[in-house]
Design a protein around this ligand. Structure first.
Ligand SMILES: Cc1cc2nc3c(=O)[nH]c(=O)nc-3n(C[C@H](O)[C@H](O)[C@H](O)COP(=O)(O)OP(=O)(O)OC[C@H]3O[C@@H](n4cnc5c(N)ncnc54)[C@H](O)[C@@H]3O)c2cc1C
Length: 401
């Protein structure tokens, strides 16, 4: 079997590449998905009368107009509600809005003073050299008090031992608030500085986030094959082999699946080694039927006695829903048996110090051979779905031209 475009993985990235190509007249394409349905990490299920996002809480950031316009082509704007982000951090007996350093003003005054003193002594404010490791950067940037109360325990929960190996090249994902902006926020009692993503976001009115991807899957008709797991990717012959032995060749292969999860054929040793060295973490999403008395859409929990690190409160982005769900890194998970729980093995790509070299080595060799890695797993980068869709659209445009 031979096709012009063979796309691996029907999460947001693969679905976007396929639909963009199809919308632009390319009909000779095939999208393969291992699971029985499309959507990848962005799938939802109806649980207890409302959607639950089984790969964790998912919201569409409003910041990329081209992406929103493309997605609204499948699920019109009037089917989405828009929200202002209300996310909080709970530590000890306190609760404040995220990001911590912009909302210290919400703490009692004596606590504010302790945090401000600590930030004023942080390395970035005393001229110390910027560290290369994330774990050292935390104290350098935010001071030892935010590090001890929030950032270190929270990130230990998120990354486990990997925390010691993370670089700092991915920190544009994080808020950026200077000491002066923190002081200003305490004076004026409102947040200053660069806020994190999703300051404003969309969530479907009647469905979970998974709905948009189901519709994109439907739009592909026979060009989509689900329950077809790719076992082997031949990097020089531009072909794949499926579980039943079927081989498919293509002019272009676009892969959005984790490089470490498939057998690579004809890969030089350094490419094969680089693929094996890529690390990731897994996540458990667990439903709880009790209601929570809060207006926050989600709350971060640095307390290491709790296994979960984040709670999502459904009624605050899906009016009328009850209950909440927790998100827990799989290695820490110890919740009651029998609870409604979903596991995503590939949840977070890990930004180790060496990762840019490793993924760079894989992507260069693959591209020279007509195989393109794109999206969260294709590039092994911590992209949100809007960024993944943007990258997918960019790649489709490149291939078309
Ligand atoms: C907890 C959590 C919260 C997040 N919150 C947000 C948010 O609020 N907003 C946001 O925009 N983004 C969020 N993201 C990021 C978002 O999930 C990703 O950006 C998005 O899913 C990337 O899409 P993708 O298609 O690249 O990867 P995926 O969604 O992982 O899709 C990959 C697809 O490939 C398939 N596949 C894997 N192996 C094979 C194989 N061998 N053969 C065939 N198919 C295969 C998988 O089954 C899957 O369908 C969050 C992620 C996590 C983990």
């Amino acid at each position: 079997m031979k096709v012009k475009y063979l796309i691996l993985g029907a999460g947001p990235t693969g679905l976007s590449v396929a639909n963009y190509l199809l919308n632009n007249g390319e009909k000779d394409l095939l999208l393969l998905e291992a699971e029985g349905e499309v959507g990848g990490l962005c799938r939802s299920k109806d649980i207890d009368g409302a959607p639950l996002d089984i790969g964790g809480g998912h919201f569409l950031d409003v910041r990329r107009p081209e992406v929103c316009e493309f997605l609204f082509g499948f699920m019109p704007r009037d089917e989405w509600d828009s929200y202002e982000r209300d996310s909080r951090i709970r530590f000890k007996t306190f609760e404040l809005h995220h990001p911590f350093e912009a909302n210290i003003w919400e703490l009692p005054e004596d606590e504010q003073q302790k945090f401000l003193d600590s930030i004023s002594e942080a390395g970035c404010n005393t001229g110390a050299k910027k560290p290369e490791k994330f774990i050292d950067w935390i104290t350098w940037k935010l001071g030892d008090k935010i590090a001890e109360e929030y950032m270190l325990p929270y990130n230990r929960k998120m990354f486990g031992d990997n925390l010691n190996d993370l670089g700092i090249y991915w920190l544009d994902k994080l808020p950026d608030v200077s000491y002066e902006e923190t002081l200003e926020s305490c004076r004026q009692k409102k947040a200053f500085g660069k806020q994190p993503g999703h300051a404003q976001f969309f969530y479907p009115k009647k469905y979970g986030y998974g709905e948009i991807w189901l519709r994109m899957g439907d739009a592909l008709g026979n060009a989509l094959k689900t329950s077809e797991k790719v076992k082997e990717l031949n990097l020089t012959d531009r072909s794949v082999r499926l579980g039943d032995g079927t081989q498919i060749e293509a002019e272009f292969i676009i892969t959005t699946i984790p490089w470490s999860s498939i057998e690579l054929k004809n890969a030089p040793q350094e490419v094969a080694d680089a693929a094996k060295s890529l690390r990731h973490t897994s996540i458990e999403v667990t439903y709880h039927e009790e209601d929570m008395d809060t207006d926050a859409q989600w709350i971060y929990f640095p307390d290491e006695d709790k296994d979960y690190h984040r709670i999502l409160v459904r009624k605050n982005f899906f009016p009328g829903a009850k209950g909440y769900w927790t998100e827990t890194r799989s290695e820490r998970y110890r919740q009651a048996q029998g609870s409604i729980n979903f596991t995503s093995e590939y949840a977070y790509p890990i930004n180790t110090l060496d990762k840019p070299n490793q993924i760079g080595c894989i992507l260069r060799f693959a591209k020279e051979n007509g195989v393109y890695g794109v999206g969260r797993w294709g590039e092994h980068t911590h992209y949100n779905s809007d960024a993944s869709v943007q990258l997918a659209m960019n790649l489709a445009k490149e291939l078309l031209s």
